[in-house]
Write a new protein. Structure first.
Lengths: 88, 162
């Protein structure tokens, strides 16, 4: 589970106190989530058993749709529109 | 892999956008048609840029997906962290007079913090967890803030790789 916590959020408070949270980026969307160290893994959201990535609570139960595939679809749509605009 | 960084203080005019009760985009990083490529955001830092308000208050930060450039903004200077690298292909904009388009449903990360607090989020560049900006014209990431009381400036910086 610790391998999924790829980021670090550091808050420097008004009196100089430093608070750090490990973060993970959802494998199905770009959401970044701060988590408590050694917290309950169930609080993270979920683990997609198809792509084996940690996902946020918004993506739980929606099927496996990795973020890279979403990017490819978005870029393909953009390039298709751009091609049509250039042709017409 | 080339790394780049910028901040909303990387331009002197127009003046920095003041924080208000509605969210104001302080910095936007977006893809550009002429040099279309993906950008991978791996670090962002936020903090106040003016003296604190006498009444203690909050600053609410959010990182949001945006689909258009705002108006009245200025292109921020983008520095290659390794000076041997080529100029960045993405475009960094800031100090808007009209907000870029971005829905509240597109919030990637958000944080409520004291007006005197600053925050930094980072992942290892090139590693997992980066926020990816698609190679689609004007698709980008905006870092916004708002406050009920604070009306000073906010300083926002980000680093990314291409």
């Amino acid at each position: 589970m610790h391998k999924a916590l790829t980021g670090l959020g550091t808050l420097i408070g008004p009196w100089g106190e430093i608070t750090e949270w490990p973060t993970f980026t959802c494998g199905h969307c770009p959401n970044v989530r701060r988590v408590q160290p050694f917290g309950d893994p169930a609080d993270l959201g979920g683990l997609c058993k198809i792509c084996m990535r940690v996902i946020c609570e918004q993506c739980v139960g929606l099927g496996c749709d990795p973020f890279e595939k979403k990017l490819e679809r978005e870029e393909a749509s953009y390039h298709a529109r751009r091609w049509i605009e250039e042709v017409t | 892999m080339a790394l780049y960084g910028t901040s909303n203080i990387a331009a002197t005019t127009p003046a920095l956008t003041a924080v208000a009760a509605t969210s104001k985009t302080m910095l936007q990083l977006a893809a550009a048609t002429a040099t279309l490529r993906r950008a991978f955001l791996y670090e962002w830092t936020v903090g106040p840029g003016s003296v604190p308000n006498a009444t203690d208050c909050e600053l609410v930060w959010s990182v949001i997906k945006q689909t258009t450039a705002g108006t009245g903004g200025v292109t921020l200077t983008m520095n290659a962290i390794d000076q041997a690298d080529a100029t960045a292909g993405s475009v960094a904009l800031g100090n808007f007079t009209a907000e870029p388009t971005g829905a509240e449903t597109g919030i990637i990360d958000s944080l409520g913090a004291n007006q005197r607090a600053s925050y930094r989020w980072v992942v290892a560049p090139g590693g997992p967890g980066e926020i990816v900006i698609p190679a689609t014209n004007l698709a980008g990431i905006g870092i916004r803030t708002k406050s009920s009381t604070y009306v000073g400036n906010a300083i926002v910086g980000c680093k990314w790789r291409e």
